[in-house]
Design a protein around this ligand. Structure first.
Ligand code: SAM
Length: 275
C-alpha cells in the first residue's frame, strides 16, 4: 500500500492511513527515524524497514519477498505522497511487474495543497518537481518552459531558493509567482510576487522552510506572436523543409496551420517562390 503522510500537520493523517500503519506486517519508510516520530505520535508499533533513494532497488527484492509470502507492506516517505519527488516508483513498478496488487491511501501532497490554495490557474498545469542540477538539463528545461502556457509547479528547499528564482527570472523574464512555504504548519505562508520582486525580496530575507513555487505560464498572445514572427522570417520552401519527413500534402497542411492560412495559399506561395 502506498500511504501518504502529513506534510507538517500531524492531524492531516487519514483514518485509513492510521489503520493501515497499525495493521501492516511491515512499514517500508524513506527514513525510519523520521517515520518513528509519526508512529510514536500515534502509538503505532509496527516494525519498519528503510527504503530510500539509494537502496530502493535492492530493498525492493526484500520487500517483494515479504509480499509474495502474503505479508502486508505499507510504503511511506518522510512527508506527503510516496513516489512524488520521493522514493516509491521503483518498488511500485516492481510490484506491478510481479503481479502484486498495489493500492494507494491518498492524503497530503505539497504541490496539490499549494496549487489548490494559490488562486493561480489550476485547470491545466505541469509539475516539474525539483529543478535539474546539470546546466545542460537546466537549459533544456528553459527551452521547454519559455513557451509553456500551463502553470508550472516546482519544489524547492530553502538553500537553493534564491538561485532558483534568479535562474527563472533570467531565463523566462517577468512572470507572476506564488510561493507557498511551511504549508499546513504554524507559520504557513503564501506569497504572491513577480519573479523580479521575489528575487529582490529574498536578497533581503533569508528563505526559511520548504517551498512550493507556482509559476504563471507563458502569455499565450506573446507565444502566438513570437511563433508568427518566426514563420514570417522563413520562406515557404524553408518552412516546408521542416516537415520533409511528411508526405507533401501533410507538410502543406502543417505549414498552413502554423501560419494560420489556407493550404491553397501555401500552395500558391510555393509556386511563386519556385518561379
Ligand atoms: N512527496 C512529497 C509530496 O507529496 O509533496 C514531496 C517530497 S519532496 C522530497 C519535499 C519537497 O516538497 C520540499 O522540498 C518542498 O518543496 C515540498 N514540501 C514538502 N512539505 C512542504 C510544506 N509543508 N510546505 C511547502 N512545501 C513543502
Amino acid at each position: 500500500m502506498v500511504c501518504a503522510t502529513p506534510i507538517g500537520n500531524m492531524d492531516d493523517i487519514t483514518y485509513r492511513a492510521l489503520e493501515a500503519l497499525k495493521n501492516a506486517d511491515l512499514i517500508a519508510a524513506e527514513d525510519t527515524r523520521h517515520t518513528l516520530g509519526l508512529l510514536n505520535h500515534f502509538n503505532i508499533k509496527t516494525p519498519m524497514i528503510s527504503c530510500h533513494q539509494h537502496n530502493e532497488q535492492e530493498r525492493s527484492n526484500v520487500i517483494l519477498e515479504k509480499l509474495h509470502e502474503g505479508q502486508t507492506v505499507v510504503l511511506v516517505s518522510d512527508a506527503g505522497t510516496p513516489a512524488i519527488s520521493d522514493p516509491g516508483e521503483v518498488l511500485v513498478r516492481r510490484c506491478r511487474q510481479e503481479g502484486i496488487e498495489v493500492t494507494a491511501l491518498p492524503g497530503a501532497c505539497a504541490f496539490v495543497t499549494a496549487l489548490s490554495m494559490s488562486g493561480m490557474p489550476s485547470r491545466r498545469y505541469i509539475f516539474e518537481g525539483f529543478l535539474p542540477t546539470t546546466s545542460k538539463e537546466r537549459k533544456a528545461l528553459l527551452d521547454r518552459l519559455i513557451h509553456e502556457e500551463r502553470t508550472v509547479i516546482f519544489y524547492e528547499s530553502p538553500h537553493h531558493l534564491k538561485q532558483t528564482l534568479e535562474f527563472l527570472k533570467n531565463g523566462l523574464g517577468e512572470r507572476k509567482i506564488a510561493l507557498g512555504r511551511e504549508l499546513t504548519k504554524r507559520y504557513e505562508e503564501m506569497l504572491f510576487m513577480s519573479l523580479q520582486e521575489a528575487v529582490e525580496y529574498y536578497s533581503q530575507q533569508e528563505p526559511r522552510g520548504e517551498y512550493v513555487l507556482i509559476l504563471q505560464g507563458a502569455d499565450p498572445e506573446a507565444v502566438a506572436q513570437e511563433s508568427q514572427q518566426k514563420w514570417e522570417s522563413m520562406s515557404f520552401t524553408e518552412h516546408m523543409a521542416l516537415y520533409s519527413d511528411m508526405p507533401p500534402k501533410e507538410a502543406m497542411k502543417q505549414v498552413a496551420k502554423d501560419r494560420g492560412i489556407s493550404k491553397r495559399d501555401v500552395y500558391s506561395a510555393l509556386l511563386k517562390e519556385e518561379e
